[in-house]
Write a protein that binds this ligand. Structure first.
Ligand code: FAD
Length: 301
């Protein structure tokens, strides 16, 4: 089994996930998770804001199969929205429909999402629908579209590894979009497996949406892609207020600061909460070198 598959399999292990919750932010996760509660997270956001970096906040959570858990997640996200508003920080919300009941009952999930999107809209806060595995792709797009009928503060993610990503970006071209390579393990009949092919598609999608003129979030730690985008926006006279770079909290911190200093809009994805395990394992799957973050944390205590 490849190392990537190994970590993805671990990320999907529910027993390990609940065990991890009991032990707090151990195993090095504290370097990539901003805190376990809202207060700690707002403090982290304030620090980033001071350096000219905006944030997108993700209340971590996976494997939600009980309505009570989805309701608790919704309440927590509503609290985050209030905290962003009350503290006047530069931040928006990233959420995963599965955490709000997508795998339980569609209408229940819709109602949870609606409450979140409506409150965020009241405070002029954007809500991004993160994209998960393929089974949840179309149900998530559809929920976002439905909510968009009443609330314009929603947008989503296009994952470059899907063969259908060209059609999806065309369909959702009027939305604010985050473009990513794609983080889950998907079969070859629906997703590219070859890194070079995924990278190529990623660039094409970014260019397409930038030329479209709608706001584009380029979410990557890949310096080659970032350098390419810098050139592309220059040649095509795309103003800085039409796009931003995004990276995950704790990754390539120097580059995050450097991009902000260079005058680009920069947004850090700030995950927080007790349910950090699946998120952390997917980061190890993407880049086993991230294990050095783990060992550093373990040995420098
Ligand atoms: P990779 O392909 O992992 O790396 C390319 C190259 O960049 C590497 O070979 C290396 O040279 C360099 N590099 C990468 N990381 C580092 C590092 N830490 N230090 C030094 N060099 C490095 N996926 C989804 O499926 N759905 C989502 O909703 C989603 N949201 C995301 C939001 C954000 C803000 C980000 C950053 C990612 C998100 N992802 C999401 C994950 C994404 O799909 C990729 O799996 C992940 O970003 C890894 O790909 P990459 O583009 O960062 O570069």
């Amino acid at each position: 089994m490849a190392l990537r598959d190994f970590f993805i399999a671990l990320s999907e292990n529910r027993t390990l996930n609940s065990a991890a919750q009991k032990y707090g932010l151990k195993m090095g996760a504290q370097s990539v998770v901003a805190g376990t509660n809202i207060q700690e997270t707002i403090a982290s956001i304030k620090e980033l804001n001071k350096q000219g970096i905006s944030c997108t906040v993700d209340n971590l959570g996976e494997f939600v199969y009980e309505k009570s858990e989805a309701t608790a997640a919704k309440e927590q996200i509503l609290e985050v929205i209030k905290a962003i508003h009350e503290n006047g920080v530069d931040a928006h919300i990233s959420l995963k429909p599965s955490q709000l009941g997508l795998d339980i009952e569609r209408d229940f999930c819709y109602q949870n999402l609606k409450e979140i999107v409506a409150l965020a809209d009241e405070y002029n806060i954007f809500v991004n629908f993160d994209m998960e595995n393929y089974d949840r792709l179309h149900p998530s797009f559809e929920l976002m579209e439905e909510l968009n009928e009443e609330h314009k503060n929603v947008g989503t993610v296009i994952q470059a590894y899907f063969h259908e990503s060209d059609e999806n970006i065309e369909k959702y071209k009027n939305y604010r979009l985050r473009i990513v390579k794609g983080a889950y393990k998907e079969p070859a009949n629906i997703a590219y497996q070859d890194k070079a092919e995924i990278d190529q598609k990623f660039i094409e999608l970014i260019e397409y949406h930038l030329l479209n003129g709608k706001f584009t979030s380029i979410a990557t730690h890949d310096h080659n892609v970032i350098d390419h985008v810098k050139q592309f926006v220059k040649v095509n006279n795309i103003p800085n207020d039409k796009f931003e770079f995004q990276m995950l909290y704790g990754f390539r911190k120097d580059m995050q600061l450097q991009l902000a200093k260079e005058g680009y809009n920069f947004c850090t994805y700030v995950p927080f909460g007790r349910d950090w395990y699946g998120y952390f394992m997917r980061r190890l799957a993407e880049r086993p070198q991230n294990l050095t973050l783990v060992t550093k944390q373990v040995f420098t205590k």
